[in-house]
Ligand binder design. Structure first.
Ligand SMILES: CC(C)(COP(=O)(O)OP(=O)(O)OC[C@H]1O[C@@H](n2cnc3c(N)ncnc32)[C@H](O)[C@@H]1OP(=O)(O)O)[C@@H](O)C(=O)NCCC(=O)NCCS
Length: 174
């Protein structure tokens, strides 16, 4: 398995994997497969390889098949460009527990660290999603709050755990 940055040419396979993700791990995501299936190809291309660099995605490949992914969103606003947001983490059921999630998260954090102005990485995770929470904690993320009634699911409302990671940087705060 190897992890690499996705390009616009990966949009179709990324779409296919994520539409599966929204179905198979529905409670982990805020969007539904139906909503996302309606998005045009340009939306998927922008998600994984935004031409202005504000959204990038990593892919985990096994024998040329995309089996895992995570995306990072950046901000161009002067007051929030120090923050990056990790979204859309998914590893196919077939290859879980083999280190793909950890490798994807490492790659996402490298991408954030490569931008000198980024100081903080945030994410949200559905309360009770222990595999994901442990994955994020093992990378150093800490919980700073819980949003009650954050998403409506067939099993009732679920809360979202908000986590953050401060990136180690030398020098004074920007
Ligand atoms: C969460 C998810 C991405 C983990 O991917 P993965 O490739 O199986 O994870 P890894 O094999 O890299 O495991 C990395 C760490 O995650 C944690 N972890 C992974 N699976 C776990 C499980 N079933 N139970 C507890 N901890 C688990 C562990 O800390 C693990 O480190 P360790 O192996 O040293 O104990 C995967 O389970 C998944 O796609 N889940 C459905 C979608 C989802 O929940 N996405 C997160 C949205 S916020």
């Amino acid at each position: 398995m190897h992890v690499t940055t996705l390009t616009a040419s990966d949009a179709d396979r990324y779409r296919e994997l994520m539409l599966h993700a929204y179905e198979s791990a529905a409670d982990a995501f805020t969007s539904t497969a139906e909503e996302r299936a309606a998005q045009p190809k340009a939306w998927w291309e922008k998600r994984i390889a935004d031409t202005s660099g504000m959204s990038v995605a990593m892919g985990a490949f096994q024998a040329r098949e995309l089996v895992g992914t995570v995306a990072v969103e950046f901000s161009s606003k002067p007051k929030t460009r120090h923050k990056a947001h990790v979204i859309g983490m998914f590893v196919h059921e077939r290859v879980r527990g083999l280190g793909a999630g950890a490798a994807l998260l490492r790659a996402a954090l490298l991408e954030a660290r490569a931008r000198d102005h980024v100081r903080v990485v945030t994410l949200t995770v559905t309360q009770g999603n222990e595999p994901a929470i442990r994955l994020y904690e093992s990378a150093g993320f800490q919980t700073f709050g819980v949003e009650p009634l954050a998403i409506s699911t067939p099993g009732g409302f679920k809360s979202k755990v908000h986590m953050w990671l401060e990136l180690p940087r030398g020098g004074a705060a920007a």
